[in-house]
Design a binder for this molecule. Structure first.
Ligand code: BGC
Length: 412
């Protein structure tokens, strides 16, 4: 864990925005630089409160200690289901004035605006939509393996075998435990389909958590492990993506923040590194929205906070930021013509999935369940991934137990 806090520039007239985020990889830092520039142009000082680690687990721990000691940042990158948890503590600030003036209700899909509000009032501003169920495949590795982009899990393992034979580590993975749950939810979506995903991860229905589909999900998930090259284990997701970019690994199951790294390395997404839905999930979309929840600040910092909210939702910023971040704009009126084919596909699939009821909140990225429930499920999945002796039946029993405990005692 690394904590960096560095004030960058100060203007007498403006306020200060201190923003907690965990965007530290090359592609992520490039995207957040666009936001810093926008705020500086508005005359404000940007202060980074950066916690490296990816996925944001550590960031939340440090945020809690800052808020408890009465010294909250202006805004923090907090995910969907955690926004109401924070709002209930009474520490968030309303940005309803900006949202009403800028007509956010008309610009955002309802599923997004609902997530940004507490008791009907905006307390968070959304930056983007990341899609989690993406598979990235190095085009030259695929050619070397004489294979085609896999559409099903069986095809995925056949491609992995072919890559292995061609001397390429088939799958880039990483040692961060949040990656386990991300890969797992994509397997579940492909194996069981959107209804199964909804029942298992949104409704925590025991008949889905302990079912033949869950058993198949766990078995498929475990099969991935034997295709991870020794060199591909132990690093973080950025290292995995770097192996993918160099062709040292053939495939990576990762949300489209990986695309920012691909672009930053000078490769073309959709050409040098191919994108496609994770096997079996072409008709669905697991979403992960980056948003800034606003904390209570006063004086000119309050004006700066409103400017921050206005800036992240502005049309220009939504385009510039998302071109760099790998995600797609969350505003529905941003043209997609400057975006690459992966982003265009993401945007179309978002709309199509919304129509067919297959637009699903990501469990791993804190969109589907409160943080404590996610942590309990995550724990079981990490145990299953790391302990080869644990059977699918044992894992399902633990999952059901964890879900029951959290359904019985919802977080306060
Ligand atoms: C965030 C992305 C971030 C990724 C890796 C995800 O949870 O939504 O913005 O790039 O984690 O850190």
């Amino acid at each position: 864990m690394m904590l960096v806090a560095c004030p960058l520039l100060s203007t007498a007239a403006g306020g200060e925005v201190e923003v907690l985020h965990f965007w530290t990889s090359g592609g992520e830092a490039g995207a957040v630089a666009k936001l810093k520039a926008t705020l500086r142009n508005d005359g404000h000082t940007w202060k980074d409160f950066v916690i490296a680690g990816g996925g944001g687990g550590q960031a939340m721990v440090l945020l809690k200690s800052r808020v408890l000691s009465g010294n909250p940042p202006t805004a923090a990158q907090i995910k969907g289901a955690s926004i109401p948890e924070w709002a209930r503590t009474g520490t968030l600030s309303s940005i309803e004035g900006v949202a009403a003036a800028e007509k956010w209700d008309r610009l955002l899909p309802k599923i997004v605006s609902d997530t940004m509000k507490h008791k009907g009032v905006y307390v968070a501003a959304p930056l983007n939509v990341h899609r989690v169920n993406w598979l990235w495949v190095n085009a030259s590795a695929l050619r070397k393996a004489n294979a085609r982009f896999p559409a099903t899990w069986e095809e995925f393992f056949a491609v992995a075998d072919a890559m292995k034979k061609a001397g390429i580590a088939p799958i880039a993975y990483g040692g961060q435990s949040w990656l386990d749950l991300g890969a797992f939810e994509s397997v579940a979506l492909g194996v069981g389909g959107p209804d199964f995903y909804r029942k298992a991860f949104m409704e925590l229905d025991p008949s889905a958590l302990n079912s033949p589909q869950m058993e198949k999900t766990l078995e498929t998930y475990r099969r991935i492990k034997s295709y991870i090259g020794r060199n591909a284990v132990g690093g973080d997701w950025v290292r995995g993506t770097s192996m993918l970019i160099k062709g040292e690994a053939g495939m990576q199951l990762m949300g489209d923040w990986a695309k920012a790294e691909i672009q930053a390395a000078g490769m073309k997404p959709g050409i040098d590194v191919l994108c496609g839905a994770t096997p079996g999930s072409a008709n669905a979309f697991t979403f992960n929205i980056d948003s800034f929840a606003m904390f209570q600040v006063s004086g000119e910092n309050r004006a700066a906070q409103n400017d921050l909210a206005r800036a992240v939702m502005s049309k220009d910023f939504q385009e510039t930021f998302n071109l760099a971040k790998g995600s797609i704009p969350v505003r529905m009126d941003v043209k997609m013509d400057k975006f690459d084919e992966c982003a265009q596909r993401s945007s179309q699939d978002f709309s199509k999935s919304a129509k067919r009821g297959a637009l699903l909140p990501s469990l791993a990225h804190g969109m589907a369940q409160p943080s404590q429930t996610v942590a309990a499920i995550w724990d079981v999945i990490s145990q299953f991934w790391n302990q080869d002796r644990m059977t699918a039946a044992e894992a399902m029993a633990k999952l059901t137990q964890a879900a029951k405990a959290h359904a019985a005692a919802p977080p306060k």
